[in-house]
Design a protein around this ligand. Structure first.
Ligand code: CP
Length: 310
């Protein structure tokens, strides 16, 4: 694992190792005796977080993870304006400069494929923290970790994935990894304009993963083990020729809770807009804030593995 570019690069065995490491990180973070040891682990090493798109969870959990393990940080949170990109510097040049300053680079970019371009020229690990409507592989890792923790397995699951499946990169990454496990069934719930891409459907077919597409949310929710909801990515609709005023038609509310099993879990990569009612937050099935917290432990584990290999 030189770079982290796509969710499907992780085998079930590799994921198992990351999840074991994430469990340990969770314990270390919550045990004050261990915190000092942890804080000395990568003292003197540096992480650069280069974000050309806004972020709360991904950037701050990576920065928290790095600092809890003693790494220093070089951070630009609005790189399109506050780095020399505004003067016309290419991503390739920026990466080759940061190579001299940091031991790994966490990159979020508005263009699909930007992380691959960065990896082509980078001497240090590139972590794709979201590339346009392409992929968000570390989100998939924390999503799977959450499912494993909450459901006790990653196979033989019925996973209902709803919302904006065209512009939403988290759903794309998640279902590609779920396809590595036997017996999973994916139900995609979206309006026709926001259906999951043909590349993902082809991948699922090649992997032998059963999937269906529907606009009937209530029927899809019946028998669900995991309900994975996403917001409309308004910032990307124009690039797909879709009306940017499009609103969420599929809302998880009290009626939707009635339709899903008592032991289902509800996940969302966040940020949420209006596609999950805040009244759902009090339901025992709502796991999206635990999911966001799990991002810290999984990203600590990922950093640990990358640093150990380098
Ligand atoms: N889930 C996620 O990627 O959130 P941010 O955009 O806040 O990083």
């Amino acid at each position: 694992m030189k770079h982290v570019l796509a969710a499907r690069q992780f085998s079930p065995e590799a994921l198992g190792e990351i999840f074991d490491d994430a469990d340990q990180m969770n314990e270390l973070v919550h045990n004050s005796d261990n915190r000092r040891e942890l804080a000395g682990r990568y003292l003197g090493s540096m992480m650069a977080t280069l974000f050309y798109e806004p972020s709360t969870r991904t950037r701050l959990s990576f920065e928290s993870a790095a600092q809890r393990m003693g790494m220093g940080l070089l951070s630009t949170e609005n790189a399109g304006e506050f780095s020399s990109a505004i003067k016309g510097e290419t991503i390739e040049d920026t990466i080759q400069v940061l190579d001299g300053y940091a031991d790994m680079i966490v990159l979020r970019h508005k263009e699909q494929g930007a992380a691959d371009r960065a990896a082509e020229v980078s001497a240090v690990p590139i972590i794709n923290a979201g590339d346009g409507a392409g992929e968000h592989p570390t989100q998939a890792l924390l999503d799977l970790y959450t499912i494993q923790k909450e459901k006790g397995r990653l196979d033989n699951l019925t996973v209902v994935v709803g919302g904006d499946l065209l512009g939403g990169r988290t759903a794309r990454s998640l279902v590609q990894v779920l396809a590595n496990y036997r017996g999973n069934i994916i139900r995609f719930v979206s309006v026709p304009e926001l259906q999951i891409g043909d590349d993902i459907k082809l991948h699922l077919s090649e992997q032998g993963t059963n999937f269906e597409e529907t606009e009937d949310m209530y029927q899809a929710l019946q028998g669900a083990d995991v309900v994975y909801w996403t917001r409309i990515q308004k910032e990307r609709l124009r690039q797909f020729g879709v009306n940017p005023e499009l609103e969420s038609q599929f809302v998880i509310d009290q009626a939707a809770l009635q339709a899903m099993p008592e032991d289902a879990i509800i996940m969302h990569p966040l940020p949420r807009v209006d596609e999950i009612h805040t009244t759902v937050d009090r339901d025992h099935r709502a796991k999206y804030f635990n999911q966001a917290e799990n991002g810290l432990y999984v990203r600590m584990a990922l950093i640990d593995q990358l640093m150990t290999q380098s």
